[in-house]
Design a protein around this ligand. Structure first.
Ligand code: ZN
Ligand code: ZN
Length: 176
């Protein structure tokens, strides 16, 4: 994640962001929430609101979870969407309340591009694929990381985001 936070401030995106790891006790509290949920959306919402009060933020924080494919949260995500083979986010759901946080889970451990793809959803990017049928990229950026299976071969060097997604991230990064 340090690498992604070094890339994003570079042209053409030029958005700075900082990712920080949650303290161990907070991770355990989120783990407990997951164990008591059987639907991914309420699970995400409860994790976000728990973090908001624990971290005393004004707005719901953004959360990107990395876990094993056997973890319960990965099961809840796959249950919601069969196309979500490696990761899932609630960013593609319409958010009438812009103060609501966004959350993602990645359960593929040896491909940083999948983790970045899911994390970029949390920062405002949309998919550039249609389910797993049209795996994309469906945008005009041949190496866009928002395609279905981003890998070192298909994504490569920065910049790896289409203009549309850079605009979305910039919009979200700029307070209204
Ligand atoms: Zn996606
Ligand atoms: Zn794209």
């Amino acid at each position: 994640m340090d690498e992604l936070s070094e890339l994003m401030p570079r042209p053409p995106l030029q958005v700075s962001c900082k990712f920080s790891e949650l303290p161990r006790e907070l991770r355990q509290e989120l783990e407990d929430i997951v164990q008591n949920q059987n639907d991914i959306y309420p699970c995400f919402m409860e994790m976000e609101s728990h973090l908001q009060s624990a971290l005393r933020c004004d707005v719901r924080p953004n959360l990107s979870v990395l876990c094993s494919p056997e973890h319960l949260i990965a099961g809840l995500a796959r249950q919601k969407s069969t196309g979500a083979r490696w990761g899932f986010s609630n960013a593609d759901v319409d958010h009438p309340d812009t103060k609501r946080g966004w959350c993602a889970a990645t359960y593929k451990l040896n491909n940083k591009y999948i983790l970045w793809h899911e994390t970029l959803h949390v920062l405002g990017a949309d998919d550039c694929h249609e389910g797993d049928k049209n795996s994309g990229p469906t945008c005009r950026c041949g190496n866009c990381i928002m395609q279905y299976v981003p890998t070192p071969q298909t994504v490569g060097a920065w910049p790896f985001l289409c203009q549309e997604n850079m605009d979305r991230i910039k919009r979200r990064a700029t307070p209204q």
